[in-house]
Write a protein that binds this ligand. Structure first.
Ligand code: SF4
Length: 256
């Protein structure tokens, strides 16, 4: 049984005891000490695709991935990622939506157009960076009116090996995590407090990671404060990657 299943079973048992008014449990000290032993290493690569020498090979393997049966049944195609395979900056979102699923490319909806405009403000084209999602297949929405849902932590973990291998090939200087779900998925946090985390550097697989708001959130809450916050995050990314920053770029929001 997996560790998290054991943990869930333990938590459920203890909650049941508490519901019955019991406040203490008797535990054999010898058994308790087992909990403090280091855990055996968890498998890092859940998919373990065959060795491949290039991104096109990796892409070909990912496009045929059938690990998540429920997503395979509903997806139109795997949305692997686009851009410069030697990019300095890697943008990572949460999962493809309907438009991305149809076109096989991440960030092609209204939020994607905003991302393209954000890149343009950085004097970058989409082709100069790499853009992908943690989850490569569109989350299914059976029996749900709304045809959008965020990927679950388990789904993101199941798919993470593709992202890890993309990172190994690209070796970006910086990762930009777009939105709360992507930040939580990458940094393994439930309910990542994106408002507090954005603007501060984190690390993912040894690479500096900047969390910022998802462009879809910006479209939804298009306040000057939010736009300025994202721009400050992108300026920090430009600085970190050694991109030139003009006075105009530095001053975009100074007058507001
Ligand atoms: S979500 Fe990822 S792991 Fe699951 S089937 Fe799609 S590509 Fe494979």
């Amino acid at each position: 049984m997996a560790y998290h299943q054991l943990l869930n079973a333990t938590v459920n048992y203890l909650e049941g005891e508490r519901a019955h008014g019991r406040r203490h449990v008797n535990v054999d000290p010898a058994k308790l000490s087992v909990l403090f032993r280091p855990l055996p290493p968890m498998p890092v690569n859940p998919i373990a695709p065959a060795e491949c020498q290039s991104m096109p090979e990796l892409r070909a393997q990912a496009l045929a991935c059938t690990r998540c049966e429920h997503l395979v049944a509903s997806r139109k195609q795997v949305v692997f990622g686009v851009g410069n395979e030697a990019a300095d900056i890697l943008f990572v979102g949460e999962a493809p939506g309907a438009d991305e699923d149809a076109r096989g490319e991440p960030f092609v909806d209204a939020a994607g157009e905003l991302l393209t405009r954000m890149l343009k403000a950085m004097d970058l084209a989409r082709e100069e960076v790499y853009i992908t999602n943690i989850l490569k297949c569109r989350p299914d929405t059976p029996n749900q009116r709304n045809d959008h849902r965020a990927p679950t932590a388990d789904e993101m973990t199941a798919c993470s090996d593709w992202l890890h291998r993309q990172i190994d090939f690209i070796q970006p200087k910086v990762i930009v995590a777009l939105g709360k779900v992507a930040v939580g998925g990458l940094l393994e946090m439930e309910n990542a407090p994106i408002t507090k985390m954005r603007g501060t550097w984190h690390t993912y697989r040894g690479i500096p990671l900047m969390p910022t708001f998802h462009p879809a959130y910006l479209l939804h809450k298009e306040t000057m404060q939010n736009k300025r916050a994202v721009w400050e995050d992108l300026l920090a990314v430009m600085e970190k990657t050694g991109l030139p920053i003009s006075d105009k770029q530095r001053g975009y929001f100074l007058k507001h």
